[in-house]
Design a protein around this ligand. Structure first.
Ligand SMILES: [Cu+2]
Length: 175
């Protein structure tokens, strides 16, 4: 084995020096990013994902009773404006239900009005559905009128696949 020449040794030294400098730059950037995540608000980049920590705001059984729903909000408790909700749906045996077709209509019972914004709902798996653009423009009691439809399969070899609809009123207080 031939020892490295002086030239190649100095080249490799400057290469590793450059690597150290690059690493230091990367660390400085990472630190700045971490600090910014804690202190900056409304900066550029992707919006922070909503957090749905803690116990549900409410848990209800649907009508006629096939499903159990639990609801979390972000922010929690819900604030006036556009909110995000996380709806978890399981069957009577506690199994998560995916593939449901869900409709949610915000309604203010005391004043007899709804809203013009239609929430968007996306299944995330494990019976969890992300509900965005939930417009709650006034403080007070709201009812989220919810319809959940699922395919229940053909009842006989000659009949078409059927569906079953369950409903629920999710009452929430908006600050
Ligand atoms: Cu109102």
């Amino acid at each position: 084995m031939t020892p490295p020449t002086a030239t190649s040794r100095s080249m490799s030294t400057s290469r590793s020096a450059r690597r150290v400098a690059a690493l230091a730059t990367a660390l400085a950037l990472a630190l700045a990013t971490a600090l910014c995540a804690g202190a900056c608000s409304g900066g550029s980049g992707a919006p922070a994902a909503a957090a749905f920590d803690g116990p549900p705001l409410l848990e209800v059984t649907s009508t006629p009773g096939a499903l159990r729903l639990s609801l979390r909000a972000s922010p929690s408790p819900p604030q006036r404006g556009l909110d995000e909700l996380e709806l978890t749906v399981v069957d009577a045996a506690g199994r998560p239900l995916d593939g449901l077709s869900i409709e949610i209509v915000p309604w203010m019972p005391a004043m007899g009005h709804g809203v013009s914004v239609v929430p968007t709902i996306r299944g995330l798996g494990d019976g969890v559905y992300l509900v965005r653009d939930v417009s709650l423009p006034m403080a007070g009691r709201w009812s989220l009128r919810t319809r959940l439809t699922r395919a229940v399969g053909a009842t006989s070899p000659t009949s078409a696949a059927a569906s079953a609809t369950e409903t629920a009123e999710l009452g929430i207080d908006v600050e």
